[in-house]
Design a protein around this ligand. Sequence first.
Ligand code: ADP
Length: 482
Amino acid sequence: MTHRVKSLRFRLTISYVLIFGLFLTAIGFTFRSRLMTIIQDRVEEAVDEDWGAARGFLRVERGQAIWQVDPREMDQTLFLERLRRFVMVADSQGEVLEMSNGYRLQGVESAAEIRARFKEGSARLVVKEQGKDRVLLRFGVFRSEGKLYLLGVGRRMTDVGGLPNAFMTDYFTALPLLLLLTFVLGWFMAGRALMPVNRLAEAAQRISGSSLHLRIPQRFANDELDQLIVAFNKMMERLSENFEQIRRFSTDVSHELRTPLTGIRGQLEVALMTAKSEEEFREAIINALEDVDRISNIVRALLLLSQAETGQLALQRQPVNVTEVVEELVEQFRASAKEEGLRLNSELQPDVYILGDRTQMDRLVTNLLANALKYTPRGGHVDVAVRLDGASAVITVTDDGKGIPRESLPHIFDRFYRVPGEDPDKGLGLGLSFVNWIVKAHEGHMEVSSEVGLGTSFTITLPASADARTPESSIRLAEARQ
Ligand code: ADP
């Protein structure tokens, strides 16, 4: 992990350097060409001015080019000297009247070429190259003594490339240094940015089954990494809850299975050592079988519950008349309630519908009713009600039995939980776990209120079906299904 983060850091840094390097190179070349253009423009302007000045000093007399300056003006003399370094004067026939040495070195035109220049007219710029030397020449036609002549004036262009090239040399010498600096800075910045990721990795590495409580401290920067940390911590929370549940579950299962298994073993051992008659053996086997039954009940219930909780037990949703379900079950339980000396009352609002699984609704109500009857002593009451409350179907099962101690209330939905001291033969402690799952699977919720010695009340609230059907239409639906 650390290695990966490091390589990510390296990749980030290299990306910075590459992007920055590309930018700088592009900027360098753009500047160079811009600089060249500016300088070239300047030379062109200057050569234009030179031509104008030369034209001012020049006149042609009897086929002779004559340069006229005021000899007292030192500046003018010097200026003219410089001007005449690249100069050429010719007549319309292509006959050269004057040509400086500098001009000659750059290559001499033929008479035809000079005549062609005449035709091109005035203000024409030409670059002449001779080896390393580049000269920009400006040609133009002028009139003297009523005749037309061609005047060419030039300037060295060698300097045009000089400055940009010097700039490029300096710039590209400094570039590696700049890139090295970018690398160092980028390395530092990428390291800083990836630090929380490193911490996350370290924390993840420290976490094992026994340290699932570990959380990564948040940075409160409210950025992507904080979101990652929050998501990671939430995942840890869920994992640790699941882990804890599994741990508790396996302890509970082994505990629950051990009791009947020890029972079976004890009974069989005693029978083996002490039983003499067939009758005594029979009795031992019957007792052992009862415990075997208990074990298979536990295993069956557990299997169902785990299927339910892992989502393998899918709900078969359809409109269910809750009133009908409760009514039928109340009738079923009536006989056993009477036997136990209990009064079973029901107050049922007709046709309360939900969109749910009929079998699971049966299981839910059965569990609640069975508990109420189990934990209410002789002479007690059990009241069942179904009503529609706004958009909710509400089922309540209330008894005036022994009640549930306050400290046990938060645990009654846990698997295998029984109120301490409760007779283990009364149940497996799994009924309410089922109830809990069924309510959740139907997007409902449940409340329990209980007072020791006064009784217990369970209230289940489920979303009522939006299209609560009339009895006729539900009959039609039932018929259609058959
Ligand atoms: P069991 O199969 O043991 O009834 P449940 O999960 O249905 O398991 O219930 C968990 C425990 O909650 C029971 O063992 C019992 O102690 C308590 N309990 C449930 N319903 C009632 C009730 N109506 N009155 C008193 N105690 C109850």
